[in-house]
Design a protein around this ligand. Structure first.
Ligand SMILES: [Zn+2]
Length: 209
């Protein structure tokens, strides 16, 4: 059995009462509470690797569906047209709304796609510790890109587009729209279940060998 280098015991301050504490190793499924005020300092997921991996795979499939099926369809005077997320962004770019187009492309495409890709890579790589150091780098990128993926900006953009089109034609939500909804739930679920500390423990640091 290979033993990886564990984190040094972490000193943290309780978010509720500012008591300084040295956080011990928390066994899977257990919680660490502040001895003074009872605030939950940390809860360790009972399945910190398999559950987020399953969710990440589901998110990757949903992401592909969300981007390849029509987000919305519209009918006007006997004609039917539909658009995907990329198609919508491209149309906004063409009609002079470049900023909105860039925001939608980034928040609905690049950011969630990157997040899913990074998390998949990390979760697969840490299954057989010690994982190489670049996995830690990827974990950081995932954390940096997460707030940008599928946030309110994107939903707002889609709503604005829908309202504009609804003035001209009958709009019906496509499969892509439902996939976007499901993807938002999945992305949130990954960030809840994934335990970066568990992944960090499995990453070998080149300078410590
Ligand atoms: Zn406390």
């Amino acid at each position: 059995m290979t033993e990886t280098i564990a984190d040094p015991v972490e000193t943290i301050a309780c978010e509720e009462c500012d008591l300084l504490l040295r956080l011990p190793e928390v066994p899977p499924g257990a919680k660490a509470r502040c001895p003074r005020c009872g605030y939950t300092l940390m809860s360790s997921s009972s399945d910190p690797l398999n559950r987020p991996l399953a969710l990440a795979i589901a998110a990757a499939i949903t992401f592909i569906v969300a981007h390849t099926t029509p987000l919305m369809g519209l009918s006007a005077v006997g004609r039917h047209a539909s658009t995907t997320i990329a198609g919508g962004a491209l149309e906004m770019w063409r009609t002079g709304e470049q900023l909105t187009a860039v925001i939608i492309a980034f928040c609905a495409g690049i950011a969630p796609g990157g997040y899913i890709l990074f998390m998949l890579t990390v979760l697969i790589a840490v299954r057989r510790p010690p994982a190489p150091q670049w996995v830690g780098e990827m974990l950081r990128w995932g954390r940096a890109i997460k707030p940008w993926s599928m946030n309110e900006v994107m939903i707002l953009g889609i709503l604005v587009a829908l309202i504009k089109i609804a003035e001209l034609a009958t709009v019906e939500a496509g499969i892509g729209m439902y996939a976007v909804g499901a993807l938002m739930v999945l992305l949130t679920a990954i960030s809840i279940t994934v335990d970066p500390r568990e992944a960090w423990k499995r990453i070998a640091w080149a300078d410590e060998q």
